[in-house]
Design a binder for this molecule. Structure first.
Ligand code: SF4
Length: 443
């Protein structure tokens, strides 16, 4: 904090990356407000700016460094205090101070419980304050400042004990630590009392959930318990790991209508050889067995996934196996990326690095194939009616935006809706990434 600057009063959090980061920002904001800070409308107006960062790919990191540069003048003039939070903070640590000397605080997501004491140091004018130790408790706080009035995130497990060869998460978020089921359920009930109708349970690997309380609820039992809270309408969860995904979860979805009929099950590659090099701990066949489990459900559960192309050693034939897996599984959505070499990951030492250009070609081919599949699957829904939760008014079209339980976006014509309400919509047209519909008038 520059000379002459009194105790910062206002704050602004800029969040990069995943839903876990978005929810961490809500918890950090809650702690700041509880400490007497006021939220600012923009980073320009804020005394204290937090960048809650992502480190999943190199590009994400470069984005943060260039954003930090924009605060240089104000920070050096003592008008602003700049803090770096999240995965890049944990991965880069003190190196950030060398690269960006005007940063005052670097705190990893596994140290957020210490944030209040770190803020005391900042308020006392200290510089280069760090919070980089791995906590053995999940980050729980009674102060969470949520932005969405009807939908809420709840983190049930933090960190990851797996070691996928391309992934920095075990380094950036530390070892797995699950939250006690009674604490999760208490928060969920409180949220429903306050008007929340949809809850999304979060974790790098929710299936690894191990209830530390005496109840020892399994993940499927926890899902069912949250789904059974009176007043809850929808429960979602992300992210699952195929190795730990069980039939119990499918049964829970089948027997609890509030549990959304959508499962996000990252496969990463369709080739057993590449999955072994990735240390994903399952084969193509194991994965397809889990898909068969989900497809055997009474409800038509939507399945989406994550895929990496161009992983070291991936041959053209291996890539073809990934394409054929798309045809076999028929995903409703797939997030796909080129392999990005990350610090501390075992993939760095692997031979057979795939040239950037070839990675790009494979990504284009894969995304085109998946788009065809999505278009055909969405077109098969034309004429059907779905209940959608109204999320917003379309920014450009005279339409409203809603979401089905299968996590599909529907843009629909309507004279007027209320955010958070559930309305029936008939699908009239379909694109690869969303549906178009019309409001069904209920008498
Ligand atoms: S399961 Fe693998 S990819 Fe997922 S967070 Fe853990 S190490 Fe990363």
């Amino acid at each position: 904090m520059g000379a002459g600057m009194s105790r910062p009063q206002t704050f602004y959090i800029e969040t990069f990356g995943c839903q876990m980061n978005a929810h961490d920002s809500e918890k950090v904001a809650g702690q700041l407000v509880a400490r007497g800070y006021r939220p600012a409308a923009s980073s320009d107006e804020a005394d204290l700016v937090f960048l809650n960062t992502c480190a999943i790919r190199d590009k994400a990191e470069q984005k943060v460094y260039s954003r930090l540069g924009q605060f240089k003048a104000d920070a050096q003039a003592g008008k602003k205090v700049v803090a770096v939070l999240g995965c890049m903070a944990q991965l880069e640590g003190e190196k950030i101070f060398r690269q960006v000397p005007f940063v005052s605080l670097v705190c990893g997501s596994a140290s957020y419980r210490k944030l209040p004491e770190l803020l005391v140091q900042i308020e006392a004018g200290q510089r280069q304050v760090t919070g980089l130790a791995y906590d053995d408790e999940p980050f729980e706080t009674e102060f969470t400042r949520r932005s969405n009035p009807f939908r809420a995130y709840i983190t049930i497990i933090e960190g990851c004990d797996k070691a996928c060869a391309y992934c920095v998460v075990p380094f950036t978020r530390g070892p797995e630590r699950s939250r006690a089921s009674d604490s999760i359920l208490a928060e969920a009930r409180q949220l429903v009392e306050e008007g929340t109708t949809e809850i999304q349970l979060l974790g790098q690997n929710v299936n690894s959930y191990r209830d530390p309380s005496r109840r020892r609820l399994s993940f499927a039992e926890l899902l069912a318990a949250v789904g059974g809270i009176p007043g809850i309408r929808r429960v979602r969860f992300t992210t699952s790991h195929p190795r730990d995904f069980t039939g119990e979860i499918v049964q829970a979805i089948d027997s609890h209508p509030t549990l959304c009929d959508h499962v996000h099950l990252p496969v990463q590659s369709g080739s057993t050889r590449v999955l072994r090099r990735m240390a994903r701990e399952y084969t193509r066949e194991d994965y397809l067995e889990k898909i068969a489990l989900i497809r055997s459900a009474r409800r038509a559960i939507s399945i989406t996934t994550d895929i990496i192309v161009g992983f070291p050693g991936e041959t053209e034939a291996n890539f073809e196996e990934t394409l054929s897996l798309l045809d076999d599984v028929q995903y409703d959505g797939a997030f796909s990326f080129k392999y990005s070499p990350r610090p501390n990951t075992s993939a760095l030492a692997l031979d057979g690095q795939v040239p950037e250009e070839e990675q790009g070609r494979r990504l284009v081919v894969l995304q085109a194939r998946q788009r065809e599949i999505q278009l055909a699957r969405n077109q098969s829904l034309v004429g059907r009616e779905f209940n959608v939760v109204v999320e917003s008014r379309h920014s450009k079209q005279p339409q409203w935006v809603g979401r089905t339980t299968t996590n599909r976006v529907v843009n629909f014509a309507s004279s007027g809706e209320e955010r958070g309400s559930t309305v029936p919509v008939r699908v009239t047209a379909a694109g690869p990434n969303s549906l178009v519909g019309e409001r069904v008038q209920t008498v």
